[in-house]
Design a protein around this ligand. Structure first.
Ligand code: BMX
Length: 291
């Protein structure tokens, strides 16, 4: 049975797991280095993988940013300042000495929820992560949409009439920015804690984030009309946040009202998804070579 090193590189954390047959054998996580750029992120990954050297035959990385044909770039440098057109799969193969499959983190999470989570048994699923940024992935007819440049599903970039990006209001970075504007330079976790303690400024910030998220999810229902929309990410799964968003959608006619479900795989959706896709890619390569 093949063991896969599965990585999830997000704007805030790097998650590394050894996965076998869809099960997590071991897990480690570190904060994403905010200094040192891409070399620091790659070195952090190599350090996480070192104790497992020789125990995995493949690697997969679910990475924030646009990923297509093994190359990587930022859609929103505020989430992670990725250098343009970076050869991610090649640079990771050089460090991990195994074949590497790379994909956008939200697309990988959508696939994980499709094969083993909230979307299991259905051919269609929309997945949204409200995390450091806001990302998304779409499964249509059992296939993951990637698009021309790997941008399919990047719904955090959608703009409101005010021309503000949804991501700038509904993500962890957006919540921190709104809190700073209100005179409270704290991170999203502290804003949720303050809102939980009844601080009016924090409740206002969290409600603005929930309003933007609700607008986005309502529009997604028109675009794809999915059975369900799975919501993930540290913000999306923050206690009470999904309920806040549902409340804003409760008045809609049933036809338009999205069926929101929490990501069943929680923060491991990207890990499970990229491990499955790495195995599929390796099997396809073996088949091509046998022809
Ligand atoms: C941004 C974008 C997406 C990503 C989303 C969530 C970058 C670096 N990232 O919209 O590719 O899916 O954030 O990212 O342009 P996360 O780090 O919050 O999971």
């Amino acid at each position: 049975m093949t063991t896969v090193l599965a990585l999830d590189l997000g704007g805030s954390k790097i998650l590394a797991c050894l996965i076998q047959d869809g099960r997590v054998l071991e897990e480690q996580r570190v904060a994403t280095p905010r200094q040192g750029g891409v070399l620091a992120w790659l070195e952090a990954i190599a350090s996480l993988a070192a104790p497992w050297s020789g125990r995995f035959a493949l690697a997969g990385i679910a990475a924030t940013g646009l990923v297509r044909w093994g190359r990587w770039q930022a859609l929103n440098p505020d989430t992670l300042p990725i250098p343009p057109d970076f050869p991610l799969e090649l640079e990771l193969t050089r460090r991990l000495h195994v074949p590497v499959t790379a994909l956008n983190d939200a697309q990988a999470a959508a696939w994980g929820e499709h094969v083993a989570g909230a979307g299991r048994g259905s051919d269609d699923l929309v997945f949204v992560t409200f995390s450091t940024g806001v990302g998304g992935g779409v499964i249509a007819g059992g296939r993951l949409l990637q698009g021309r440049s790997g941008m399919a599903g990047s719904i955090g970039q959608v703009r409101l009439i005010t021309s503000e990006r949804i991501e700038d209001l509904a993500s962890g970075s957006g919540i921190a920015r709104l809190a700073r504007r209100a005179g409270h330079p704290v991170d999203a976790a502290a804003v949720f804690a303050a809102a939980g303690s009844g601080a009016a400024w924090a409740e206002q910030v969290v409600h603005q984030a929930a309003n933007a998220a609700a607008l986005l999810l309502h529009d997604l229902q028109f675009l794809f009309d999915p059975e369900r929309i799975a919501v993930g990410g540290g913000v999306g799964l923050a206690p009470g946040h999904l309920e806040r968003i549902r409340t804003r959608l409760a008045h809609l006619p049933p036809l338009e009202r999205p069926n929101l479900v929490p990501a069943l795989l929680d923060s491991r959706a990207g890990i499970i998804g990229i491990a499955d896709l790495a195995l599929r890619e390796a099997a396809a390569t073996r088949e091509d070579q046998s022809l």
